[in-house]
Ligand binder design. Structure first.
Ligand SMILES: [Zn+2]
Ligand SMILES: [Zn+2]
Length: 337
């Protein structure tokens, strides 16, 4: 192992990214002895690790979603707190992706690596903002790494939803959202826009909202949509997991306008294919501009890309004179699709 040769001490094995001098994996795809977990989405936070390290919020998310069997031993770490693990120093800093999401900062023999996990740079009232950490090696995601992806402003997208509600006061608006992160961000953005009516939730979303509230993220009045009378839901906003929106479940709603909040809604064909009438381009991942800007700002001389559309990003990285490498990690099925 040599500190200047990153691939000698950060390796990729069958379970993902492994830090040799620290003896741990980051977001491994299956059970390992020691794991550092960036955030609670299921493609990063898998069950069965012997020891795991994550933020308190991420541990709570994993407990809620995976239950008691999620791990054997765990350690909660606050943002910014430095820990010695084996020969390396590890810190978790905010990634701005969802509640508790973290970048993993690893230092060994004067070299610093940042494993970003999933991240975004745009404002989100439901989680701590992305913190920029200068480093020599930056390991980034690439979910939306094509110039066509520009997420725009979440407030402006939510304004479209509110306008549609005014236009169709007799109809319900059902918005497809992912349960961890997107759901709470859409609610909080509606509240920022002054929307104070109860927001109705599919049963699958209730627990995660309660978790956010327990960490001090105020979401305003929420009501369970299951069991509500059809009449009651006229003119109301109902949030549901994407699968429930196309399903029998939404047929109980009065003449629903179907919306979907996702970075993929930038692609009109995808919205049409899903039968989405009101696409809302809201993403918890960095868009092309944010990826390029973040790489530049870290000052990294080398950039590795974990998963996503890496070709265009690697091409861009090379064009700026940096070394770039696609890790093509397996098992990353983003929830934001
Ligand atoms: Zn994620
Ligand atoms: Zn992910």
């Amino acid at each position: 192992m040599h500190p200047d040769r990153f691939d000698s001490w950060l390796t990729v094995d069958g379970k993902g990214l492994y830090c040799r001098p620290g003896g741990f994996h980051v977001d491994p795809s299956s059970a390992v002895d020691r794991a550092v977990i960036t955030h609670g989405h299921s493609d990063h936070a898998r069950p069965g690790h012997t020891h795991l390290l994550a933020t308190r919020e991420t541990l709570a998310v994993m407990q809620t979603r995976l239950g008691m069997q999620a791990w054997r031993g765990s350690q909660a770490v606050a943002y910014g707190e430095a820990l010695q693990i084996g020969e390396v120093t590890v810190r978790l800093v905010p990634a701005g992706h969802v509640l508790g999401s973290a970048q993993v900062v690893i230092e060994w023999k004067g070299r610093r690596v940042v494993v970003s996990g999933d991240y975004k740079r745009s404002a989100d009232p439901t989680c701590a903002p992305y913190e920029l950490v200068p480093c020599q090696l930056f390991i980034t995601e690439a979910t939306f790494a094509l110039p066509v992806f520009q997420h725009g402003d979440a407030g402006a997208e939510v304004a479209k939803l509110l306008k549609s509600r005014e236009q169709f006061p007799e109809r319900a608006h059902v918005v497809g959202v992912y349960g961890l992160g997107k759901c709470q961000r859409v609610i909080a953005t509606l509240r920022q826009a002054g929307y104070s009516r109860p927001i109705w939730l599919h049963g699958a979303l209730i627990e995660c909202c309660a978790l956010y509230e327990s960490f001090g993220v105020a979401l305003g009045p929420l009501k369970p949509a299951t069991g509500a009378k059809r009449e009651e839901l006229k003119g109301e906003i109902v949030l549901a997991p994407p699968s429930a929106v196309d399903d029998r479940w939404s047929r109980r709603l009065p003449d629903p306008v179907t919306a979907f909040a996702s970075g993929w809604m930038r692609v009109r064909a995808r919205a049409r294919q899903r039968g989405v009438e009101l696409p809302l381009v809201i993403s918890d991942h960095a868009d092309w501009r944010e990826l390029v800007m973040t790489i530049e700002q870290t000052g990294a001389e080398e950039v590795w890309v974990t998963h996503g559309r890496e070709d265009a990003l690697i091409y861009h990285i090379h064009s700026t004179g940096r070394r770039g490498r696609a890790l093509a990690l397996i098992g990353r099925e983003d929830e934001d699709r």
